[in-house]
Design a protein around this ligand. Structure first.
Ligand SMILES: Cc1cc2nc3c(=O)[nH]c(=O)nc-3n(C[C@H](O)[C@H](O)[C@H](O)COP(=O)(O)O)c2cc1C
Length: 185
């Protein structure tokens, strides 16, 4: 079983990183190793809305903008479960998360019931490390993304500076439970 923990902050030691580490620990506790992906270490540009708005994503379910997305897309398809962790920027997911998720959605949502993420469990984490504002609007767009790619919402977890300690426990437990459930299925 292949679990990926995808995070999208430039900081390697902040709240987002702590949330991703908690998820990795939970996966380990369930007896599996997580593959960690830090989107800010990769080159994944924004969707170019090619041609009339749809490029090869519509018919071929591949993105024609060549960068690190193609390899990431393959890794995402090979995964069985996902933890997506983003810092909250302006009440939304970070730019690196949005670039990757937009392009993956175009490729996979257009497959409908054949989506490579169909039925696979996802935990989405929104880490709002400043005012604490915008966690829910961020999770709303992540929830919509999960629905569009036909994955399964295992949990949606908002985290701020004040809830950090107990939410890290919750993230670890959610990841552990998600993997255990997937193993037992
Ligand atoms: C452009 C930008 C916008 C941000 N908007 C918010 C926000 O709406 N709400 C909030 O609580 N924090 C906000 N933050 C803080 C981030 O959520 C986060 O705590 C900070 O970038 C530290 O990142 P880290 O999670 O890697 O520690 C923002 C940060 C940036 C850079």
């Amino acid at each position: 079983m292949n679990v990926i923990v995808i995070s999208s902050s430039p900081n390697t030691d902040g709240l987002t990183a702590a949330c991703a580490a908690a998820a990795v620990e939970g996966v380990l506790q369930a007896g599996r190793r997580a593959e960690e992906i830090r989107l800010n270490d990769l080159q994944v540009g924004m969707c170019q809305a090619c041609d009339n708005g749809w490029g090869t994503c519509l018919q071929e379910h591949e993105c024609q903008v060549e960068d690190d997305f193609q390899a990431l897309h393959a890794r995402a398809l090979a995964a069985d479960a996902y933890v997506l962790v983003t810092p909250v920027y302006w009440g939304e997911m970070s730019e690196s998360a949005k670039a990757f998720m937009d392009r993956l959605r175009r490729c996979e949502a257009t497959r409908g019931g054949e989506s490579g993420l169909f039925g696979k469990p996802v935990i989405a984490v929104a880490a709002a490390g400043d005012s604490g504002n915008g966690m829910i609007t961020c999770l709303l767009s992540m929830e919509r993304w999960i629905e569009h790619v036909r994955a399964r919402k295992f949990d949606l977890i908002p985290v701020n500076r004040w809830s950090r300690e107990y939410k890290l426990v919750a993230i670890r437990e959610a990841a552990r439970a998600m993997v255990q459930e997937a193993i037992e299925r």
